[in-house]
Design a protein around this ligand. Structure first.
Ligand code: PLP
Length: 480
């Protein structure tokens, strides 16, 4: 055991005994969560395992400090140490991604997108509106001028990837605020190849003329050409915003470079810090310098006081992401996704787009096994394999039952899995799903939720998964 792990082991043991003395159920759930995470094949594409230094950084008294405002310009006294934390995190983010400006306060990916949307609106609608009236601040507008400006906000258009093609709720989906605050239009993927069709996207953008073109995804298993996205945005006069929440780790690790790196091309880039980037839960916004004043108004525009302990943990994670070891990790994530995809395909599984070149594999379960995504997700969980059900393009089973499952390699790659282990993982998945059938629905026909796994399969796969995982311990040396 390294000195660092031994120290973390002591720290966590002590911490849990302190927690136990106040609320034993929380201490017990915390221990159980580690046991459960250790004992299952975690293939949720948006999850990972943060390092012990990142986890430890989250649990400090920075949580107790209010620090609304920005570095050196706070609405509270005594923020000198928060200033250090925020400056260091932003410096790492700028240097890691080669960004002109970084804002590390968003509490999550959704918050980062809200900050970005409001910053773009403020830059493109509010700033010219104020200039037109010769004032600096919205409070200096007359009531009538303020009403005119408010209406102008409501007239703006946003175009993002549709949910069933792999986009995110915050990219204009109606139940999300982004679909309510903007006139919204979605772009999909080519029905035959499953890939983004840039010519079709351009034609749609020419017709719709969005203020904001959003690129980025949650469940698209391919790389995006951001140079082409920039051309489309320029052609229609749109701001290009990229949400790289899912693939930030591949950008940080220099797997996505040139036209696949969104930072040089986009006006504003948002991300989460806890997915492939392997940091604490949180978000950040990168922007061209001209957007910095508006991005900096994230708090109080849509955020409360920054979570200083989380900004500190972001700084530690971003420092880790600047190492050669992280670059190797990111390359392994992409190589392992290919191994997983090939392992599934050679066993007869149909994949959306026919493969992957990022960290995501989207398996068409209905076409491959005659099950819904929901049945597959549940049968796999029973067998120690954690995935999530996901729509496939034009999904006949809708967003609740779905026809697919989404698989991702960031978490198990953090544990040390390589191509052989991902091939074995594919074998286990196929073993479960080819031995699972839809149960009868109470009213006749096949159920979309209930299923039957052939006797003995779930236990056998669970045992095989545990044996595989045993070779790649999670937080080795931590004995709680
Ligand atoms: N953007 C994308 C592309 C995502 O996939 C997600 C999360 O799934 C988010 C934003 C939201 O992140 P959070 O859950 O941290 O708000």
């Amino acid at each position: 055991m390294s000195d660092m792990t031994a120290a973390a082991d002591r720290a966590y043991r002590e911490a849990l005994s302190v927690i136990e003395s106040v609320e034993p159920r929380i201490a017990a759930a915390t221990r159980q969560e580690l046991t459960d995470q250790r004992g299952s094949l975690k293939l949720i594409a948006s999850e990972n395992y943060a390092s012990l230094p990142v986890l430890l950084t989250m649990g400090t008294w920075f949580s107790d400090k209010y620090a609304e405002g920005t570095v050196g310009h706070r609405f509270y006294a005594g923020c000198q140490n928060v200033d250090t934390v925020e400056s260091v995190a932003a410096e790492h983010a700028r240097e890691l991604f080669g960004a002109e400006y970084a804002y590390v306060q968003p509490h999550s990916g959704i918050d980062a997108n809200l900050v970005a949307y409001w910053a773009i609106l403020a830059h493109k609608v509010e700033r010219p509106g104020l200039a037109e009236k010769g004032v600096k601040n919205v409070n200096d507008l007359s009531e009538e001028d303020w009403e005119t400006l408010r209406h102008r906000f409501g007239e703006q258009r946003l175009m993002g990837m549709s949910l069933d093609a792999g986009g995110h709720l915050t990219h204009g989906f109606r139940p999300n605020i982004s679909g309510k605050m903007f006139h919204q239009r979605s772009y999909g993927t080519d029905p035959t190849s499953g890939l983004i069709d840039y010519d079709a996207l351009l034609a749609q953008a020419r017709e719709f003329k969005p203020l904001i073109l959003v690129a980025g995804y949650s469940a698209y298993p391919r790389r995006v050409n951001f140079a082409k996205m920039r051309e489309i945005a320029d052609e229609v006069g749109a701001v290009l915003m990229v949400d790289m929440a899912h693939f930030a780790g591949l950008v940080a690790g220099k797997v996505f470079t040139g036209e696949e790196d969104p930072v040089p091309y986009a006006d504003v880039v948002t991300t989460t810090t806890h997915k492939s980037l392997r940091g604490p839960r949180g978000g950040l916004v990168l922007a061209k310098e001209e957007y910095a004043p508006e991005v900096d108004r994230g708090c109080p525009m849509v955020l409360g006081g920054p979570l200083s302990h989380m900004m500190a943990a972001k700084a530690v994670a971003l420092a880790e992401a600047r190492t050669p070891a992280f670059q190797q990790y990111a390359q392994n994530v992409a190589d392992n996704a290919k191994a997983l995809a090939e392992g599934l395909q050679k066993r007869g599984v149909k994949l959306v787009t026919g493969g992957t070149d990022n960290h995501i594999v989207l398996a068409d379960i209905a076409a491959s096994f005659g099950l819904t995504g929901r049945q597959a997700e549940s049968a796999l969980v029973d067998s120690g394999v954690v995935t999530n059900r996901n729509s496939v393009p034009a999904d006949p089973n809708g967003a609740w039952y779905t026809s697919g499952i989404r698989l991702g390699t960031p978490a198990l790659t953090s544990r040390g899995f390589g191509a052989d282990e991902f091939d074995r993982t594919a074998e286990l998945i196929v073993e479960v799903l080819s031995n699972t059938t839809a149960a009868d629905a109470p009213k006749g026909g096949a159920s979309k939720a209930k299923y039957v796994i052939a006797d003995g399969i779930a236990d056998r796969v669970q045992a095989e998964a545990e044996e595989l995982l045993g070779k790649f311990p999670l937080y080795p040396g931590l004995e709680l």
